[in-house]
Design a protein around this ligand. Sequence first.
Ligand SMILES: C[S@@+](CC[C@H](N)C(=O)[O-])C[C@H]1O[C@@H](n2cnc3c(N)ncnc32)[C@H](O)[C@@H]1O
Length: 245
Amino acid sequence: MNDTGHLYTDLAWLWPMWGDVATEYAHYCEHVTGLVRQYAKLPAATLLDIGCGGGKNVLNLKREFNVTGLDLSPAMLAQAKELNPECTFVQGDMRTFRLGRAFDAVLMDDAISHMNCRADFVAAFRTAYAHLNPGGVLLATPDVTIETFQQNKTTITQATRDGLDVVFVENVYDPDPTDEQYETTILYLIRDHGRLRIETEHWTMGIFSLDTWRYVLRETGFEVHEGLYNPGRDEYTVFACVKTR
Ligand SMILES: C[S@@+](CC[C@H](N)C(=O)[O-])C[C@H]1O[C@@H](n2cnc3c(N)ncnc32)[C@H](O)[C@@H]1O
């Protein structure tokens, strides 16, 4: 099945409905902020959010940092700008972009899963490294790893707003556990004043072992620390990676 890109183009307007904008990621961002303060070897004032999407992390992080967001999708960047008009947003590909300026902290969270081969995964961390000041810290959180992946995990989220009723059904599946890819499939049930529209999404995502994460981050040049983030039933490894020079 070929990959689609609805959520980041024609369906980007649904992103604010997928989880509560004000609270989603708030706890995660507090955790991330604590790690920046703990590991940065400078008073961190600026932060680059790579793969900022619709700017939900930005909304939570801008209280603590002067935040710049970067994303590949103009439609997602428009959502992020609407939510955070005072912040700076830039379009670019995390594998290749170079802004020509550096930050005290860089965040890479769920967007990194779109790096679905080793070369892209490595390239994205080189980008993060290139945008950090010496003493700055990258916070990176794998959505999934080979150790934590739950075959056929299916999540259903429902939202209602202004006559719209939307159900997001998200399924993850790994057809070949020996390679470094898995599939995300999404079903959107969009009811506009009761009238049903059905859309589907299919993505090939990247999945790596924790040891691969550690190896790639160290090879990039980082001093790697790790902790655990427990928002509820699930537990995530968070890498705090210092650029020492
Ligand atoms: C799930 S969204 C991120 C949501 C975000 N965490 C938030 O706070 O709203 C994933 C994002 O990754 C972006 N993305 C995918 N591939 C990318 C790439 N190569 N470079 C930059 N951004 C990319 C997509 O455009 C999308 O906006």
